[in-house]
Design a protein around this ligand. Sequence first.
Ligand code: GLN
Ligand code: ZN
Length: 752
Amino acid sequence: MVASANLGYPRIGARREFKRALEAHWKGEIDADALEALGAELRQQNWAAQVKAGLTRIPSNDFSFYDHVLDMTALLGAVPPRFAGRQGLDALFAMARGTTHAPAMEMTKWFDTNYHYIVPELTPDLDLHLAHDLPVQRFAEAKAQGIHTRPVLLGPVTWLALGKSKTEGFDPLSLLPQVVAVYAELLSRLKAAGADWVQIDEPILVRDLTEPEAAALQSAYAALAEAGPHILLATYFGALGDNTDLACGLPVAGLHVDLVRAPAQLDAVLDRVGERTLSLGLIDGRNIWRSDLSAALTLATRAVERLGPDRVEVAPSCSLLHVPVDLALESGLDEEQASWLAFARQKLDEVAALAAAAAGGRAAAAEAFDRADAAIASRRASPRIHDASVKARVARVADADLRRASPYAERAARQQARLGLPVFPTTTIGSFPQTPDIRQARAAYRRGEMDDADYNGFLQDRTRDCIRRQEALGLDVLVHGEFERNDMVEYFGERLAGFFFTRNGWVQSYGSRCVKPPVIFGDVSRPDAMTVDWARFAAAQTDRPMKGMLTGPVTILQWSFVRDDQPRAQTCRQIALAIRDEVVDLEQAGLPIIQIDEAALREGLPLRQAERAAYLDWAVACFRLASSPVSDETQIHTHMCYSEFNDIMPAIAAMDADVISIETSRSDMELLSAFHDFAYPNQIGPGVWDIHSPRVPDEASMVALLQAAAALIPPERLWVNPDCGLKTRGWPEVERSLTHLVAAAKQLRDSV
Ligand code: GLN
Ligand code: ZN
């Protein structure tokens, strides 16, 4: 028997029931018991779906009321003192969301996904102990439903590695012995409860490990090997690479490897896996395409021939947390499109079919294989996917297409001659408050309750009003406000060929927040101009310079589900050409400044150092392809949200935007030192207002930030702007904050 396994199932519910319940609970509309009851119901549904699909290794403890990293933090008793005295869900939500007296714990992205985890705060005085044994309770809960599960635990070394030292000079790994002692206690309780296997996730094994991290893995698993049930050590999001020997040498009973991201590692792992059980991550847990089961079967068969059927498991590459729940709820897709896709529920069937065929040959799951083959063949050939003219255009891209006409210094002089801006020019990042009436109008328009003319008239009013307000505030470079946009990626995806949208394809981003990424399914092109009418309308309302606003190719790629039948770089080039066309049109429409946001450029960086240069190469080339067709007199801006710039400065400089705005206010301009140290040559707008907070910063605080910036960057190259777009803020705070911002810029001007 080849086991069919799952590593984790989405928690949000097929219709985002969980999101709504969480938010209702936070508003005080339902109590903790009601929320707990819904959690139990969802777990039961998820387990039942996996039983129904025929899976033989079903996870428990993959459910979480907020985040699995936070759950482990709570289990270990690693609760920061400012949350002391709180219990259970109350403590969990206080840590995740903060209280009036205690700021929330930090949140950051889980590896290279769009899922965010709550960062453990590590200090030497933590009193680590088994604070609760929920994993044991959840195992018992499933058992009571007649389901024997394999509990999932985040591994001790990954938990520590993802944490942040909150004490100067303190090494979090020094907590390892205490952490491992708690895990040992937990494992022994799981065994006592009847668990024969546990899945322990150590995705850190696909990153570049430090020597102390490698040593920590060795000592942790030496201590845990006999502490409880058999351990399946799960690795995912990439290849083990130079950690293969380490992973295959740990004293665990089983190993899971990601063969979607890294199919080539199978042979090396087979050579080293010894007597262990090997779990093959063959179904893509990070994307929504139907699997090429025949190709996967080739790999599975190879493993079965080497290890025998009893030591092989077939599984998704990683937890299914990162894909939407159920394709069956997608009513808007046609049959052909739907046949190309598999969401979490459908992926379970793929796992089961593949496991059956790995043991009994293709005939054991002939129907599933036939359907998969047909879907793959149709994707390969469909004229809806393949556009020869797009492919030909990408092939024709030449080096000259990636370059502006003149070097920055010459462009800057020409742009200044055209724009005549003061020193410390003021601007904003693009969006202005998306007030409830705007959201309501959009919803009404989408429901067909508002016609084109009314909706457009409404948006024109808002845009005009926004421009009036910016003029009154005294801003130098204006924006139109982005009222017509729901989301900075979706807006473009809806206007580009090669994209489609799901109705219900939600994926958890953090806590109750879900995102619904567009699907890039085919060759991308731009049938018509996407933003030119609005830009032209806005420019006509004022004498001041107006910025045209676009989302960059890397960001559109990064925040979508991307096709898996060609390299990401190729898809990105297609998007870049579409944006390039828009840039040309905006310039022709008379816009003197065009901003191309690349909010997600940094987050697309591969987990492994060795792969970063290649990524940055094509990412930067795509930005340049999109931004370079304009004349010297047209000023190109870009914007990046919070990013560490130190290790990517050469790439940032190579983008060669005339102006870059970045998020810096919360770091006290610390992030700007990367630009100083690199001697970044172009203009920079370091954010001086933290727009994530409702606080209105005063003029003095912005002056102080600007002075700090001016100590690092020559004043004649500094812009004055907020950290990011203002769509989540309200007008009163925006107007007060921008009044201070404009005044702060004037103060700086007077002092130079
Ligand atoms: N122009 C966008 C806005 O202002 C940029 C948003 C972002 O970088 N996340 O909303
Ligand atoms: Zn931003």
